[in-house]
Design a protein around this ligand. Structure first.
Ligand SMILES: *[C@@H]1O[C@H](CO)[C@@H](O)[C@H](O)[C@H]1NC(C)=O
Ligand SMILES: [Zn+2]
Length: 382
């Protein structure tokens, strides 16, 4: 009986997944219109002139949040304000293991964006390349629940996904996003469409973007957004999607050389068509190289005074693309708002875990303690 049931559940799940998959057609510009559809392209949304486009800068940090790296965030990100007097944004793509959810709650209550970077973040990278719909559901749909539960964040404020190692998983991650109400993916690097840069687009129709870490999606998955990671160019012109993966870097001890390097990459966007500029980095890099950290701070200080540049949460870029108002109108808009939450703090542990019998875990959370350490298949640790 149990077997029959398990079998039919699997069968229904597979049938559902199959049903939704249709190969995407070439994009039909007439049929695909904002706010809910956009063809992959480097044309500026709304047909705006570059000088009328707010230049968005997306600073993002990946991986776990803990008592060490929060100090960097408090020091260099908190209390920043754009020239329009709105708080500057930053997006955190957070994976579960060793994350301190009380600190995630703090980041959320500072107005930053909390996004998903998987529960397991496991190696090898081929796990992600070969991941199925079910794997991606366990990693991301369940992480959305986990994050909302333990960090006490409204579930619909969690909108973004970045897959570990920037490894695409074909249709699977996007299907899960569509089924579990996740707005955008920020995993997909481009090395060819950087000048002019490609703008965010939806997967209603076939993407024309280069596929750096295959498999890339080819099915039609309506209303899910791709927020492409437009690569930087290092000193030898080699593309790098994450700043800390650039190879031919300036001297890691030279703040001036790093500042020039950052500005050169920024100007490719700002002096071009103003496609959103990504500053994608891991905290360990700037804590290892203080000169890089100082250069980054100097860059943020500079853009926070520029009248047409805005450091924002990544989802704000999607919001703007859906409704691409000109700079002068953008400047009249109220600042983003969010619903503050409390953190009923618990310190939990030692918690045993099914995936790692050798270690016990402690968790700092905003909820009652779980029974075991949350993991794949048991996101609330029941
Ligand atoms: C994605 O879906 C399309 C349409 O069904 C299919 O042709 C393609 O092989 C799928 N891609 C992967 C990597 O499974
Ligand atoms: Zn990572």
């Amino acid at each position: 009986m149990k077997w029959v049931l398990a079998f039919s559940v699997l069968f229904v799940a597979a049938a559902l997944a199959e049903e939704e998959l249709v190969l995407a057609d070439a994009c039909d510009e007439e049929a695909c219109q904002l706010p809910d559809c956009r063809c992959s392209s480097s044309s500026i949304p709304g047909g705006l002139n570059p000088r009328d486009v707010p230049q968005f800068v997306m600073v993002t940090f990946d991986d776990g949040v803990n008592i060490i790296n929060i100090e960097t965030y408090r020091n260099i990100i908190y209390n920043r304000v754009n020239s329009n007097n709105c708080p500057a944004g930053t997006t955190f793509f957070i994976n579960h293991e060793y994350t301190n959810y009380q600190l995630v709650n703090e980041l959320y209550n500072r107005g930053f964006e909390i996004a998903l970077h998987s529960i397991s973040h496991q190696t090898p990278q081929t796990y992600w390349a070969e991941a199925t719909y079910e794997d991606m559901k366990l990693e991301f749909a369940d992480q959305k629940l986990l994050m909302s539960h333990f960090a006490n964040i409204p579930i619909n404020e969690i909108k973004g996904v970045r897959i570990p190692f920037l490894q695409m998983t074909g249709n699977a991650s996007f299907q899960v996003m569509s089924d579990y109400d996740l707005l955008y993916d920020s995993t997909w690097p481009t090395v060819t469409e950087i000048n002019p840069g490609i703008w965010p687009y939806t997967l209603d129709y076939a993407s024309t973007q280069d596929c750096v870490t295959p498999p890339c999606p080819t099915a039609a998955i309506p209303r899910v957004w791709v927020l492409p990671m437009i690569s930087w160019l290092d000193l030898e012109g080699v593309a790098c999607a994450m700043v800390d993966s650039c190879y031919f870097t300036p001297d890691l001890n030279s703040e001036d050389a790093w500042f020039r390097f950052i500005v050169e990459n920024f100007e490719r966007h700002y002096l071009g068509t103003r496609a959103p500029f990504g500053f994608y980095i891991h905290e360990w890099y700037i804590s290892t190289y203080p000169a890089v950290r100082r250069a980054m701070v100097r860059f943020m200080d500079m853009i926070n005074t520029m009248q047409d540049v805005f450091m924002v949460n990544s989802h704000e870029v999607i919001d703007w693309v859906k409704d691409p108002i000109p700079l002068q109108e953008y400047l009249q808009k109220p600042c983003r708002s969010f619903t503050p939450t409390t953190c009923p703090a618990s310190s939990c542990g030692p918690l045993s875990s099914d995936h790692n019998e050798w270690s016990a875990y402690w968790m700092q959370i905003c909820n009652v303690c779980p029974n075991t350490y949350p993991w794949l298949g048991n996101p609330l640790g029941q």
